[in-house]
Structures are given as C-alpha cells and as structure tokens.
Design a protein around this ligand. Structure first.
Ligand code: BGC
Length: 269
C-alpha cells in the first residue's frame, strides 16, 4: 500500500480516546510517526493502549502528556517533539470536550473550561506549529507544503446547539480562527483546514447512542442513517494531511452523513 505520509511527524492532540485515537491510527497507517497527546497522568494508560495498537499495526509513535490549554506545556511539547524527531509536519488540533448546561445556569468555570481547551488550546498548538513550519520551510522530500494543520471543529460551527452554548461558541470561534490563519500563511505554503464531524460514536456523546431509543432519535438527524465512526474522520484527516489535497486551503470539511442538510425539511417546509 502506498504510504502517503511517509517520513512525516504528526502531533494529534487529545488522542487517548474517541476521534483523536481514530485519527492517530489512520495517520500512522499512512506512514506518519504519531505523537499521541493526552492531557493528564490519568490518561496515560489509554494513550499507551492507542500506541500499542499503532505499533501492532506496523506503525510508530510516542505518547506525550500535555494540557493544551496551558501555554508553557504546549511550548514544551513542541520543543520536545522537534528535539526528538527533527521537526513536525502535521498538527491535528483535536483535543475538545463538552461541559453542557442550560445557559442561565452555566457557570463561568464551565464556560472557561470549554473555551480554554477547545479554542485557546487550538490557538496555542497552531501558533507553535506555524513557528516550526516557518522555521523549516518546504522540504520536498517530506511534502509539497511547509506544514499542515487540521482543526477538529464540528457541525456545531454552523448548527446552533441549545444547552451547549460554550461548546458551539468554541467551534464557531475555531471556524474564523482557522480561516484567518489559513489566509495569513497560505503564501508560506502552510495549509490549514478544519474537519467538521457530525455524530461520531465516541464517549463524548454516549448518551446519544447507547440505547435503541436514543439511537433512533439521533438517526432522525442523519440523512445517511448511520452514526459515524472515528475511522470516517481518520480517512478525511489523512487526505487533508497528504499532498492529495495540496490545493485545499481554509475549508471546513463536513464529515457528517448529511447532518448539515437540514433533515427536518426532507418532508416538511
Ligand atoms: C458533539 C457531539 C454531537 C455531535 C453532533 C459533536 O461536535 O461533540 O456530542 O453528537 O457534534 O451533534
């Protein structure tokens, strides 16, 4: 099989579970050396598990603990990875979480926690990645681009979400941060895009799929009539990270089974 990401180093944040773990496995299967980031000591074991699967499948990588909402930890992570592997080629800015609450009851802590990880974390990691891409420039033995950033956004960068205002605000923020920096650095051959997943079967949305009733209700929102899997996002990430998408800059790629097609209008309106 052709390995489209051979000789490239990828940092995937929040890769100890869910979409991040799936993306790490897909990038590794395409030849990238993966840095499986996880936030705290307690997430080391699941991150090691992901690394074991990567290695068992013939891939390579390391795990790395870093809370992406903390500036000094992010700066250190990038410095350590560059020291160990020489450079970074791909950043998948994936770490994200939900702390849901009715808006009139949402605490400042819930607001700040979600914005801190989902939006500020993506800012800090993107900034460090861009510094490294600018330092190295294009090396055609690696890729046509000087570097790639893939932001993990959500269908909720465009779909309003009652009860999740902090989360939706973080994803809306990612959209314009991504497009602004894509515009700013395209001339340096840095490609920056987002993936916007719909409902992907992971722990973050367990309550939306773990009973038959919940799954039935969820499927009314998905024209393609199946829940997504981490591999669906992994496949999109491989494409956006590879030279196959070399002319793709600043897009939000919706991978959602049609969730953004206003399914409520299929037989109404
Ligand atoms: C959320 C999930 C949700 C999905 C579709 C994602 O961004 O994290 O909880 O199932 O959007 O609504």
């Amino acid at each position: 099989m052709e390995k489209k990401l051979q000789n490239q180093v990828a940092i995937i944040t929040g890769a100890s579970s869910g979409i991040g773990a799936g993306v790490a496995k897909s990038l590794a299967a395409s030849g990238a050396t993966v840095v499986i980031n996880h936030p705290v000591a307690a997430t080391k074991a699941p991150a090691d598990e992901v690394l074991n699967e990567v290695i068992a499948a013939g891939g390579q990588g390391i795990t790395y603990q870093c809370d992406v909402s903390k500036e000094s930890e992010v700066v250190t992570m990038f410095a350590d990875v560059v020291k160990q592997f020489g450079t970074v080629d791909i950043l998948v800015n994936n770490a994200g979480l939900q702390r849901d609450a009715p808006f009139d009851q949402m605490t400042l802590e819930q607001w700040n926690f979600v914005i801190g990880v989902n939006l500020t974390g993506q800012f800090l990691c993107a900034r460090e990645a861009i510094k490294e891409y600018l330092r190295r420039g294009v090396d055609l033995t690696r890729s046509k681009a000087a570097g790639k950033i893939i932001h993990m956004s959500s269908v909720h960068e465009v779909i309003p979400w009652a009860g999740h205002a902090n989360y939706a605000a973080s994803k809306g923020g990612i959209m314009l941060m991504m497009k602004s920096i894509a515009q700013e650095y395209a001339h340096k051959k840095i490609r920056i895009n987002s993936i916007c997943p719909g409902a992907i079967q992971t722990p973050i949305n367990r309550q939306a799929w773990d009973t038959p009733e919940a799954m039935d209700a969820l499927l009314t929102l998905i024209p393609y009539k199946r829940i997504g899997q981490p591999e669906d996002i992994g496949n999109a990430a491989v494409w956006l990270a590879s030279d196959d998408s070399d002319y793709v800059n600043g897009i939000s790629l919706f991978v959602d089974g049609g969730m953004t097609l206003y399914p409520g209008f299929t037989t109404n309106g």
